[in-house]
Write a protein that binds this ligand. Sequence first.
Ligand SMILES: N[C@@H](CCC(=O)N[C@@H](CS)C(=O)NCC(=O)O)C(=O)O
Length: 224
Amino acid sequence: MSLAYYYDLMSQPSRALYIILKMSGVQFEDCPVALRKGAHLTEDFKTNINRFQKVPCINDGGFKLAESVAILRYLSAKGKIPEHLYPKNVVEQARVDEFLEWQHITLRITCALYFRAKWLDPMLTGKKPSEDKLASLKTHMETNLAIVENLWLESTDFLCGNQMTVADIFAACEIEQPRMADYDVRAHYPKIRAWLQRVREACGPHYDYAHQFVYKICGSEPTN
Ligand SMILES: N[C@@H](CCC(=O)N[C@@H](CS)C(=O)NCC(=O)O)C(=O)O
């Protein structure tokens, strides 16, 4: 087995790629990295695993690659990702790519920053954020959740059409994150709620497995 996958299931893009690898039947050497213990901050990790010191990343027979979307495209180009998850048709692939490019500095960053400020940073530092800061981060997050609700899910069952693709998996993993900070996306956005359930079902057991620590921190599985 030549592909090593480094990930932490507390990391949204790590969960997304984990689900995609499992759904694609890709065999990999399981390399969990405990971010909370700083396992990615060692010289060994920097030199031998990922110079950016982040997860997810891979080592494919000596070829080291970071960035979840780059990894997805690399594995797809190698024929490892089924077409229904990442289409080969130029137009269909462009639609999925449109989401993958859109999400980084919109949905991902705003959900992640809210989660960090409300849950992660206070847990690590013992300091609470100001109400103003939280309110501002919440507004930015909700702006992007509303775009998912009203534009991406305007008239289709999934973000890029009526078939689930990797776009849905990346998005769902981001949108699950603020639940750990007591923000219940499902309660505010009915289309997102129904779509999350469709994604969860379409991913089979891999969705719940990848979210096991998220559910544990939330105290429950999501109710659909
Ligand atoms: N754009 C990158 C994001 C990678 C990233 O930010 N990973 C985070 C976890 S979600 C990480 O490893 N953080 C550790 C750190 O910054 O110390 C991707 O999509 O793979």
